[in-house]
Write a protein that binds this ligand. Structure first.
Ligand SMILES: [Zn+2]
Length: 148
């Protein structure tokens, strides 16, 4: 299980090796993604709180990256964080995500990216539920729910 100290270490030193990588040009991503997906994944945008697809969705399945299809989060790890965005306590695997310090907007946060395609997903915070205390605050536009 991932702990906050692991997240800090990954951001500070180096992230786990991805299972493989997907690289595309800006033009290719624009063709593949909707404008809203492109804004979040490739321009580090943030979608509006609450008015997004998966905020209140608790359907079972696997959340995959909307950019490359890598499996990122299981619906069992999704919980109601009252933040306005889909929130998860743990990722599916340690190698699926990468963590980077983000000092934008005068905030010290840790950005979460898809480790396969480098798409921006959201941020991770140390105020999640026990036992591991992580809250992955993820944009719906960066995800696609695949029902099992
Ligand atoms: Zn991806």
């Amino acid at each position: 299980m991932l702990r906050w100290i692991d997240v800090i270490k990954y951001a500070k030193y180096s992230n786990p090796e991805p299972p493989f990588t997907v690289e595309k040009t800006k033009a290719e991503w624009r063709q593949l993604l909707s404008p809203a997906q492109y804004h979040v994944l490739r321009e580090k945008g943030t979608e509006p709180p609450y008015r997004n697809l998966y905020c209140r969705s608790y359907a079972p399945g696997t959340y995959v990256c909307a950019g490359c299809g890598e499996a990122l989060f299981a619906s069992q790890e999704k919980y109601h964080a009252i933040s306005g965005w889909p929130s998860f306590t743990q990722p599916l695997s340690k190698s699926g995500l990468r963590f980077l310090f983000d000092d934008s907007h005068h905030l010290q946060r840790i950005e979460v990216q898809c480790n396969v395609c480098g798409g921006h997903l959201g941020h991770v915070f140390p105020d999640g539920p026990a036992p591991h205390g992580l809250r992955f605050c993820i944009n719906s536009e960066s995800l696609r729910l695949v029902n099992e």
